[in-house]
Design a protein around this ligand. Structure first.
Ligand SMILES: [Zn+2]
Length: 182
């Protein structure tokens, strides 16, 4: 068996009470998450995993640290935020009851477990800051609480074009996100 999330457990299989700890980093082979923010392909995921041999199988528990990137759902500026998630699952020995997670060939594959936990931690409505004011509906300019230079800056013509789209089309936000990246 091969893969960045696969750990050997041969030395603790069927030895209840034995425990092993693994600390390692995985470079994501693909993007995780489909929304306005996601974990990028090539980004790092730091894992702290404890494997405990119990009567029914291997109890896996641990924590994952990663950083998601994307855009603020209100003002569309780029954002990046660290997240830490915890997970726990029993990987049962095969041949007994059918389960989603099983010990296979003396290994456990943590990918589905870790992926589900981290993707679930992505915010549904990410914001650059809790009180982000979003975009000015008149000008399409980013509203800020601060005074001065930023508000006085000329409006980017791309934004005013986008603002016209917004008036007719609810998907303007995702289009604007694409523009911002290019
Ligand atoms: Zn914002």
């Amino acid at each position: 068996m091969n893969g960045p999330f696969i750990l050997p457990v041969r030395d603790i299989v069927r030895r209840p009470g034995e425990m092993r700890e693994h600390t390692f980093t995985v470079t994501l082979p693909e993007q995780w998450g489909e929304g306005i923010v996601s974990f990028e392909k090539g980004s790092n995921l730091d894992l702290d995993v404890r494997l405990e041999s119990v009567h029914e199988g291997i109890l896996v528990s641990g924590a994952a640290d990663a950083e998601y990137v994307g855009v603020c759902g209100r003002c569309l500026i780029d954002i990046a935020r660290p997240v830490e998630v915890e997970f726990q699952e029993l990987f049962a020995y095969p041949g007994e009851e059918e389960t989603d997670f099983e010990v296979q060939d003396d290994h456990v594959d943590l990918e589905t477990l870790v992926r589900d936990a981290t993707v679930l931690a992505l915010p549904f409505q990410p914001v650059c800051q809790p009180d982000c004011l979003g975009l000015d509906p008149e000008t399409g300019e980013r509203l800020t609480a601060s005074t001065g230079t930023e508000q006085a800056a000329p409006i980017d013509p791309r934004w005013s074009a986008l603002q016209q789209i917004t008036d007719q089309d609810g998907t303007a936000q995702s289009r604007a996100a694409e523009k911002e990246e290019s």
